[in-house]
Design a protein around this ligand. Structure first.
Ligand code: R2B
Ligand code: URA
Length: 322
């Protein structure tokens, strides 16, 4: 018996094809022994919900930190897709009872909040991957839309992560399981990321770039800030590290990308991380962006992801409701 997800042997960069024609395959034999599986933080379960009927058509799972942002994204995508909710239904938080994450469904799109940091996101990823598996969704993609601190790029730049790296600047994520360190590669989908970058438009008033993303477990010392309640390093040491990160291709810092890459890769789910920068860390540590600018900046990843989903839905001929 193994408690580890293992790399899906049928995984390819084109998707998680397997013997069930693209459904999400979980390498966890233990799940077969469960009479029912309770997706506790989602307030959903295999015995209590008909997951296939509720979620079987899902293709795009978009995740972001806050409930508000993900509700806005659900409303935004409703307009973009000109999606009509079936008579008598409306946009609802499907995980309200769990009181942890919020989840909205707009046809084949799920918009889900994941909270701040890797522990919170990792819980969501385990349960979302299982949800995709039980619902028999075909080749779903996971796209994170978030905010980040930039390195050497103007605030408002959208960074599509090429490789997530940890605080040692290594392209991996460390899990501690049964008293052991388990290192897994943090890998996002190259083709999906390129397709997202290709959704930028020359008329946009912002840049969309590819770059490495550093993920940390802390916003302050973990990201090299000198303005936390505790700090044992100085400005010179901070800049030396930020420049080292810049020189290996890191363009932004956030708090989720390595676990996102590690768990999606381990379950064979294609994934991409699209974050706007709200500060240039070579200019300072304090986030002084106005609320208006931050709101505008947060729309940028949503715009790019919205265009991608719209194009892909058209390509696949998925929405034919009108
Ligand atoms: C970006 O912003 C949050 C910290 O302020 C965190 O969730 C992240 O990755
Ligand atoms: N989110 C982060 O994790 N870091 C920043 O500097 C800004 C947003």
């Amino acid at each position: 018996m193994s408690f580890n997800f293992e790399k899906n042997s049928n995984h390819s960069s084109n998707g998680n094809q397997n013997k069930d024609e693209g459904t999400v395959h979980l390498n966890n034999e233990n799940l077969k022994l469960l009479k029912e599986d309770v997706l506790y933080h989602l307030a959903l379960g295999t015995a209590t919900h008909d997951l296939k009927t509720m979620f079987g058509d899902v293709k795009y799972v978009c995740m972001g930190g806050t409930t508000n942002r993900m509700k806005n994204f659900a409303e935004f995508i409703t307009k973009e897709l000109q999606f009509n909710f079936p008579v008598g239904t409306q946009l609802l938080d499907l995980c309200e009872k769990g009181n942890r994450f919020a989840m909205y469904k707009v046809g084949p799109v799920l918009s889900v909040s994941h909270g701040m940091g890797m522990p919170s996101l990792s819980i969501l990823l385990h349960e979302m991957a299982k949800l995709m598996h039980y619902a028999k969704c075909i080749d779903p993609v996971f796209i994170r839309i978030g905010t980040s601190g930039g390195i050497g790029v103007p605030p408002g730049t959208v960074v599509v992560t090429s490789n997530p790296v940890n605080g040692f600047l290594k392209n991996e994520h460390e899990f501690i399981i049964l008293g052991e360190r388990v290192i897994r590669p943090a890998i996002l989908d190259y083709n999906l990321s390129q397709s997202l970058i290709a959704c930028s438009d020359k008329h946009d008033n912002f840049e969309v770039i590819a770059g490495k993303t550093m993920a940390t477990d802390d916003f302050y010392e973990g990201q090299g800030r000198t303005d936390g309640a505790v700090c044992w390093h100085n400005e010179e040491q901070k800049f030396k590290f930020l420049k080292r990160a810049y020189n290996i291709g890191v363009r932004n810092i956030e708090m989720e990308s390595t676990v996102f890459g590690a768990l999606t890769h381990s379950t064979g789910i294609r994934a991409a991380d699209v974050c706007v920068t709200i500060i240039d860390r070579l200019e300072g540590d304090q986030v002084t962006t106005t609320k208006e600018d931050k709101n505008q900046f947060e729309l940028r990843p949503q715009t790019i992801v919205g265009r991608y989903i719209k194009k892909d839905i058209e390509r696949l001929g998925l929405l034919k409701q009108k």
